[in-house]
Design a protein around this ligand. Structure first.
Ligand code: ATP
Length: 381
């Protein structure tokens, strides 16, 4: 799981603009007949943010994006962009532009013409069109490709033309529906960084729809995790990954070992949870009452695996047997059956090149697992 490193920058961006969000979504609901696709959502997005709507298929993310663009009308609620209520405002009069997954480039036009098309439709004078098109071609590093047609470009280059065409109209808010969905995995990863750099340079606010959690983690300043038309959690990539609210978020973003538990003791400094593995003390404040049912989540990479029991007072140690091994080259995944019967997923870095092509641990081997109690995530549902 890749996490973005510019949280500090993001917090600053958000804090600076907190008083006057660029986009305000208030109690927005969208129904198709009896079916509720988006259910009473609230959100502020700030100028310069790169915001991701993340969720599985059918959770309502594209419907929400289409309402921002003006292609769908909310059943109830209000959308305000730059202080203006958008009800009744058609797509072409909104300070938004949309980039579609299919790119929708004109096949018979050159790259330059594709980019200039929207400006020509708006009746902008020729010199300005030339200047703006050339500037944007430079920004997306396609100045040597301006005479080519879309079918003479690679997938990544086509993606950059679509981005340039959307940005050249200088929208306040750019809406991107699965912008990297048409690219293969390697190109997708490379393009994620390009997209971030371009967004940083132009400072335009981006709202990106994606179902790919790694993509959201790399790109976003903040992420809204959606399920069944509602936001389950909104936060920076680190907040969402390290402090998920519930099992759904913990398992949707990365994976987690989940232990059932009950609050045994709760003080102002720590909370003690009784689990099938014994009592685990978390040094954190919580409003949970004694006796409440909770869950503990432990990420597979936060668990260390060793051949010998390593007792660490602050940590938690359990012993078990390796049941399964998945070798990924840089890391290996182990499924370890603990003495208490619980199956734990563990991810270990392969620091050393093994001798004789052997795995660091083998099937049926007795191992001991250890994790720091502070790495256990308290999940309320
Ligand atoms: P995906 O990633 O698969 O595109 P999504 O999260 O973008 O999913 P939406 O396209 O927003 O999902 O659709 C949300 C729900 O609303 C789905 O169950 C979908 O079938 C339904 N829906 C979307 N548009 C319509 C429509 N025009 N009429 C009826 N139902 C619709």
């Amino acid at each position: 799981m890749v996490s973005q490193c510019n949280d500090r920058l993001n917090t600053t961006k958000t804090a600076l603009n907190d008083e006057k969000p660029l986009l305000q979504i208030r109690n927005v609901t969208k129904k198709f007949g009896e079916f509720t696709a988006v259910n009473n959502v609230d959100l502020n997005i700030h100028t310069g943010e790169l915001f991701c709507l993340l969720g599985g298929s059918g959770c309502g993310k594209s419907t929400l994006l289409r309402m921002l663009a003006g292609f769908e009308t909310p059943t109830s609620g209000q959308i305000t962009i730059d202080g203006k209520d958008m009800s009744g405002v058609p797509p072409y009069q909104r300070p938004t532009n949309m980039m579609f997954q299919s790119y929708a480039l004109f096949p018979h036009m050159s790259v330059e013409k594709n980019i200039a098309f929207g400006l020509e439709q708006d009746g902008i004078n020729k010199n300005e069109i030339k200047e703006r098109t050339q500037n944007i071609l430079k920004l997306v590093e396609l100045q040597d490709y301006e005479k080519r047609r879309p079918n003479q470009l690679s997938g990544g280059q086509r993606q950059r033309v679509a981005l340039a065409r959307a940005l050249v109209k200088e929208p306040k808010l750019l809406l991107l529906d699965e912008p990297l969905g048409a690219l293969d995995k390697k190109l997708r990863e490379q393009t994620q960084f390009e997209l971030m750099n371009i967004q940083n340079k132009v400072g335009v606010t981006f709202v990106v729809v994606t179902h790919d959690q790694e993509e959201a983690m790399v790109l976003a300043d903040r992420i809204a995790v959606m399920d069944k038309g509602t936001f389950i959690q909104i936060g920076s990539p680190t907040e969402i990954y390290e402090f998920p609210k519930n099992r759904l978020v913990a398992n949707f973003i990365g994976s987690a070992n989940i232990l059932k538990g009950r609050v045994n003791e709760n003080t102002s400094k720590s909370v003690k949870i009784m689990t099938d593995l014994g009592e685990i003390e978390l040094e954190q404040f919580s409003t949970l009452t004694v006796g409440a049912s909770v869950y503990l989540g432990i990420r597979p990479e936060k668990i260390s695996i060793s051949k010998n029991a390593s007792i660490n007072k602050q940590g938690f140690t359990a012993s078990g047997v390796v049941e399964d091994i998945g070798y990924l080259g840089n890391t290996s995944r182990y499924k370890v059956r603990l003495d208490q019967g619980i199956l734990m997923d563990v991810t270990a870095q392969n620091h050393l090149r093994p001798k004789n092509h052997a795995h660091a641990f083998s099937w049926g081997e007795n191992v001991s697992l250890h994790w720091d109690a502070s790495n256990a995530m308290l999940l309320t549902s």
